[in-house]
Design a protein around this ligand. Sequence first.
Ligand code: NAP
Length: 499
Amino acid sequence: MTTTYQNLIGGEWKPAASGATFTSLSPANRDEVIGEFPASGPADVDDAVAAAGRAYPAWSGMPAPKRGEILFRVARLLAEHKEELSQLMTREMGKVLSEARGDVQEAIDVAYYMAGEGRRLFGQTVPSEMPDKFAMAIRRPIGVVGIITPWNFPIAIPAWKLFPALICGNTAVMKPASDTPACMVRFVELLMEGGIPAGVVNVVTGSGGEVGNAIVDHPDVRVISFTGHTDTGVEISTRAAKTLKRVSLELGGKNPIVIWEDADLDLALDSVIWSAFGTSGQRCTAASRLIVHRAVHDDFVHRLRQRVAKLVLGDGLLEETDVGPVINERAVERIAEYASIGRDEADLVIGGEPAREGALGRGSFFQPTVFTEVRPDARIAQEEIFGPVASVIPVSDWEETVRVVNGVKYGLSTSLFTNDINLAFRSIRDFESGLGYVNHGTIGAEAHLPFGGVKATGNGHREVGQAALDFFSEWKSVYIDYSGKLQRAQIDTTFVDEG
Ligand code: NAP
């Protein structure tokens, strides 16, 4: 029996106005149906935005510490349901169970962090240039926030966006990726159980073209927070400009790990396996370029080949699985196309084909793949493949390394393995990215520092940490004059230079 799920609008579960539905399937086994979900449209978005608008005065008027108490309850509930949410995520999205637990843990961490912000939400107080005058800047909520999320972190990314939006006093309409609606539905069920009032969080499932566009175009949505493909981000940003929305875009990556000649190769290999093939390479921070000093290239590639050959593909729920499926058959086709381009551009070390043997044939699997002698300007070294494919690019000196690291349109995460402290600091200065690691792969961001990228990876905003509060609140500067007379700033004051 297939379970049918509904949209969450104004605290009620509702089907799409049209009654249409779509199906979510498990990528590890296409015979396993996760559920039927509303194939919603603009009418459902209108309904959800209206509900979020009705809930806004009471939620934004609630003292922030009280909003924080509700988020503390939500954090505890997510922690209690961590295993159940992780299992659901592995079934619906495919990542191996230990990684799914990490995804849910990120949501828990952000919930706790933002709950604590309920008692801070720090503003600024400054001395006024006039006597008997008080000057401060406070944070104000903005209104209804539209949240559009991808499938690769189906609980962490909605949490990154939603919890800072809520603690700042906004209400939200969320659209999950069509490949992972069940994760979001279960996530918001727990939010409701935790005491988030009706209408504060609404969920509308359906396609990007129908639901996503309707959220972006809606005149009563003041903010869009989007994570996904760079092309989608450009389209959203262009559309949202018509209604002057504030837009945060977290987009693609082509992240390098540099392995210098003095690197600890064992450590570097462990990190490469995790960064390149974890989540089957489907992370915005995945390492898809391995920039290796010529002096250690042959040794590194030989050992990498041995390590990759041992990776076990399979259902992420099984203990022995190292690498789960990719998200769907379209992804298998796209990755296979890049593998074929790679064969023309470089030397294939291992992999390069869809994996169809035995039980793998029921799902969407691709062999972990490594190319070497990849030119920095090759398509496989430039374009985001979003699958388990890594390109080794040999380099000979530091200037060349910096040129290669920065020679892509993206700038999310960079990593350097070296024991040379001078190079370590130079990498932080010279590599163009929003996240920089030394002797650590490209993955490992924590909930209390800003997350995001430069160049085509985004539009300058950051997720989580204090930076997220800046995105989800308006600054209001406030002056209170208690002198009892007219005091004109910049005019009725004497500056030291003027005597
Ligand atoms: P995507 O195709 O851009 O989809 C992301 C979300 O946008 C989905 O909910 C999608 O809905 C929706 N959407 C699609 N077209 C839309 C439109 N015209 N208007 C409004 N919404 C629209 O990306 P994805 O394949 O899910 O995710 C992979 C990408 O995300 C990769 O490029 C990856 O690097 C990036 N990513 C970036 C970060 C970061 O923080 N920088 C983190 C994770 C992922 P449907 O599912 O219904 O199509």
